[in-house]
Design a protein around this ligand. Structure first.
Ligand code: ZN
Length: 216
């Protein structure tokens, strides 16, 4: 019950902030509020909600722990219809962080397995389910963030990294999820910046390969 109240409280707070924002359009005249404060507050609250939401199955009658519906990209995907990019990006990022941490249980038995309502346990497919949905959530979040203003994008991205580190260190106290997260981030950063670094991108690295010359 307490868990449900916390999640509903966060959702209500988000609704309230954005309702009042619509009522008092004057506050949108200040760039610092419009471009920085509102996006960061929306993102942060949604991020916390996204991290907590999957485990709401523990407190929901009829659902078993690690329910396939709450441990999936379903909610972020549904949220793509609303026009609040920072809420969508925050929720998706929070859920990606939660799902990634869930990919590393002590053993793939019992409570660690993902359960589809009506169909039952996904068994050995559980880690794949979590990983695919985690990447889907991450893609939704990043695709939304890169379309935003540079400042709010950078801030929310940094915030995600901090929260991710805090969550893994506090909750998991183990290295695998942290290393996997760093690996994913590393690949993303590399693929983003490597076109600018002529000495360190895939094309220049393979430029002298025999199959490359054969093609030209
Ligand atoms: Zn979980």
């Amino acid at each position: 019950m307490k868990y449900w109240l916390q999640c509903l409280g966060l959702a209500a707070l988000l609704a309230l902030i954005n309702y009042y924002r619509l009522q008092f359009t004057a506050i949108d005249q200040l760039p610092v509020i419009k471009q920085l404060l509102i996006p960061v507050v929306n993102f942060t609250l949604a991020l916390i909600l996204g991290i907590r939401l999957p485990d709401i199955d523990l407190f929901t009658p009829g659902l078993k722990h690690r329910c396939a519906l709450t441990h999936s990209a379903l909610v972020p995907w549904l949220l793509t219809v609303i026009n609040y990019p920072f809420i969508l990006a925050g929720m998706a990022m929070g859920m990606a962080i939660h799902l990634l941490a869930d990919v590393f249980p002590k053993a793939w038995v019992g409570g660690a397995l993902v359960k589809m309502p009506l169909l039952g346990s996904l068994g050995i497919f559980s880690p794949f389910w979590l990983m695919v949905n985690c990447l889907f959530c991450l893609a939704i979040s990043l695709q939304t963030l890169v379309l935003q203003e540079a400042w709010s994008m950078t801030l929310t991205f940094a915030l995600s990294l901090l929260v991710m580190l805090w969550y893994f260190i506090r909750k998991e106290k183990s290295m695998p999820p942290l290393l996997t997260a760093l690996m994913i981030i590393g690949v993303l950063v590399w693929s983003h910046y490597s076109p600018d670094l002529s000495w360190f991108n895939l094309q220049s690295m393979t430029a002298n390969a025999s199959w490359h010359q054969g093609a030209s």
